[in-house]
Design a protein around this ligand. Structure first.
Ligand SMILES: *Cc1c(COP(=O)(O)O)cnc(C)c1O
Length: 662
């Protein structure tokens, strides 16, 4: 068995320390049989799926942590996060008590977490799939607050891939020619298991940081979304697209479908088209567009592209991906869209927007609404609740669609009390986590946590600090948790962040009724605590720029009530009683402008709705209404029931049936 496992994994056995972790039918403490089965199937003639993404958020700290027989570098252990709050002395004296395995730092936000959740669900569904990504040696970036000066300082993430549990170097290598010079790519593997450990899918990571490469090549895989120059960005896309296809071949996998997430991986088509008729290839390519936001679409000068990937490959790009507005520009979104037999958006509304943005491909663009992986994002208290009522719900753990049956328990007084008790347990955990900041498990708690991007309107809640204070004085104490990173090159986003920190400082005198904390360096571990420990999840993007959004889906799974604008996934659940929906809605058939943020009008509506929610919450929390007849419990139940739809188990089967099987 050990030798077979080593062979099938294609471990670089020269690195002997890994042999210990692959001995006795185990792979880093997990059963090896699913790996053997997955590897054999991938080599079988039956065509498999190659899934490409620039980033993967696998959250091992909250789902299936591997155990290694070798010591783990202290670099891979995360500890001590700072907080920026309106209780400044606390920020000075305390760090958040976090000591856990660092999340595999190869993601930046929602796109990566979705890719990670998709792999888990592909394993759950028993699909034959291999994922391709990049091993980012310096991660995305580590967010440090500039203590008291108000602002974010990006630092490099230092971690050690050689002692990260579950990550192994492979024997086969891949060579590319970039800018006329050979580039060596080392390959790594990490397995993603199904929730019951019966199946697994491999994730293959490409790595340019090997001694054989010149320094300027070695740096290409250091930092995710480093955008200091166009050449680096282009080479990174070449590594993922061209290198990814060669990796699949070097590992001997029989791939029949290539799935491209964003335009980042579009050069995979070019690699295949060098050796086959491009028109015939289209049916084996599929593409998911994840954003209507302009900055999400890669464009490169065609001359530079030709210099990097060579004339022959560039001809294919010119034919399929020449920008419609500027003929000297290659547009990777367009390349992915025209090269793929199937293209899809990530929610119904996003499908409409994408068809408006790409009228030429109207017919081709479908929608498959995103989801989240139930077993990753479900908190323990709610899991135990669902298990307790399993005879009424069915085997929800095997089939999360059964969560819709929760609605049938809405009239059950015991269920309502138990659900409230489970929520209070989650609240206590969050209050304990933030105890140095005087968090109170009885106080109304609201959370906004996601990437700081202007269209997500991170500062909407702080638009009028006086109004917030008024609400807290009238309705009852208010606790607000904020978290998120701004891409270091996104200047408008950094300005939003600076303004937020400034306003939090201004609210220093109000901390008796209003506690605000901004957690440094948001990651999936924090996300799990916040999406279960808050009473209300705030989501206020400017419609229609949020393609889907997924953090609210994590929150409904835990019965956390939504306060949201009408955008992304929320459009599909807005009439289901999951909370309060507010704000600007663009006229039908119009997209509008990303920069007209409508902060004044929408913040007024936000405050009105927040005040109403706070009043409802305190009616229940103070005992004036009981869980049996509180409308709050109705909302919580509707949320949990809707998560029967908004999960990646449903989503991955839609991809299988509508995209990959077609
Ligand atoms: C879920 C998640 C996101 C995505 O949040 P959105 O609501 O889609 O913006 C971003 N970052 C982390 C760490 C997450 O867990």
């Amino acid at each position: 068995m050990p030798d077979q496992l080593v062979d099938l994994v294609q471990l670089d056995a020269a690195d002997e320390k890994y042999l210990k972790d692959l001995a006795c039918g185990r792979f880093f403490g997990c059963p090896a049989a699913p790996i053997v089965e997955a590897e054999l199937r991938l080599r079988d003639a039956a065509p498999s799926i190659a899934y490409f993404s620039m980033e993967y958020g696998l959250a091992p700290s909250v789902y299936h942590e591997f155990k290694s027989a070798n010591p783990i570098s202290p670099l891979n252990i995360s500890s001590g996060h700072e907080v920026f709050s309106n209780m400044q002395a606390m920020d000075y004296y305390h760090l958040l008590p976090v000591k856990k395995l660092l999340d595999l730092p190869i993601y930046s936000g929602g796109l990566g977490v979705l890719a990670g959740d998709s792999l888990k669900s592909a394993a759950d569904a028993g699909l034959s799939l291999v994922a391709l990504g990049i091993l980012w040696h310096k991660g995305y970036f580590k967010q440090k607050f500039w203590f008291r000066a108000g602002g974010q300082v990006p630092e490099e993430t230092a971690w050690d891939p050689h002692s990260y549990p579950g990550l192994v170097p492979l024997k086969p290598r891949v060579t590319l020619e970039l800018s006329g010079r050979p580039l060596q790519l080392k390959l790594w593997k990490y397995y993603v298991y199904s929730s019951d450990f019966k199946r697994a899918v491999p994730l293959v990571l490409l790595d340019a940081n090997v001694p054989e490469n010149p320094e300027y090549f070695r740096e290409l895989t250091d930092q995710l979304y480093r955008s200091t120059n166009g050449w680096i960005k282009l080479c990174q896309r070449a590594i993922l697209g061209l290198g990814g296809v060669r990796a699949v071949e070097a590992l001997g996998y029989a791939v029949g479908k290539y799935h491209l997430n964003e335009g980042h991986a579009a050069l995979a088509f070019v690699e295949k088209a060098r050796r086959a008729d491009p028109e015939q290839l289209k049916s084996s390519f599929a593409y998911t567009c994840h954003t209507p936001v302009e900055a999400g679409h890669d464009r490169f000068d065609l001359q530079e592209l030709t210099a990097v990937i060579g004339g022959e490959a560039a001809e294919i790009v010119k034919k399929y991906g020449r920008d419609e507005r500027s003929p000297n520009v290659a547009n990777l979104t367009l390349l992915a869209m025209s090269a793929s037999g199937h293209a899809n958006a990530v929610a119904k509304k996003h499908g409409e927007v994408t068809r408006l943005q790409f009228p030429r491909f109207r017919e081709k663009i479908e929608s498959i609404t995103n989801g989240v992986h139930t077993h990753t994002w479900l908190s323990r208290p709610v899991r135990e609740l669902l298990d307790k009522y399993r005879d009424r719900l069915g085997d929800w753990a095997a089939d999360p669609a059964l969560l819709k049956n929760v609605r049938q328990l809405a009239g059950d007084a015991a269920f309502r009390r138990d659900f409230w008790a489970a929520h209070l347990e989650n609240k206590r955990a969050l209050a304990k986590f933030l105890e140095f900041w005087y968090f109170d498990d009885k106080a109304f708690t609201l959370c906004w946590a996601r990437r700081i991007a202007p269209y997500k309107r991170p500062g909407l809640l702080l638009q009028d600090p006086n109004r917030l204070v008024e609400i807290a004085r009238r309705a009852g104490p208010l606790q607000i948790v904020i978290a998120g990173k701004a891409h270091p090159a996104d200047v408008p986003a950094s300005v939003h962040l600076d303004n937020m920190l400034e306003k939090i400082t201004m609210l220093n005198g109000e901390r008796k009724c209003l506690r605000i904390v901004f957690l440094e360096n948001y990651d999936t571990y924090f996300a799990k605590q916040l999406v279960s420990g808050a009473d209300v999840w705030l989501n206020n993007p400017l419609p229609p720029f949020e393609a889907s959004g997924t953090s609210g889906m994590k929150a409904i799974l835990n019965g956390v009530v939504q306060l949201s604008t009408l955008d992304g996934w929320v459009v599909e659940a807005a009439d289901k009683g999951i909370g309060r929906i507010f704000g600007y809605v663009p006229p039908a058939g119009e997209i509008g402008s990303e920069s007209d943020l409508k902060l004044a009008e929408d913040s007024r509506e936000l405050y009105d709705n927040l005040e109403a929610l706070a009043a409802d919450y305190y009616a229940l929390a103070s005992g004036r209404t009981s869980p049996e007849d509180s409308p709050w419990l109705d909302m919580m139940i509707n949320c949990l029931a809707e998560s029967g739809f908004f999960n990646t188990q449903r989503m991955i089967l839609e991809y299988r049936d509508r995209i990959w099987a077609a």
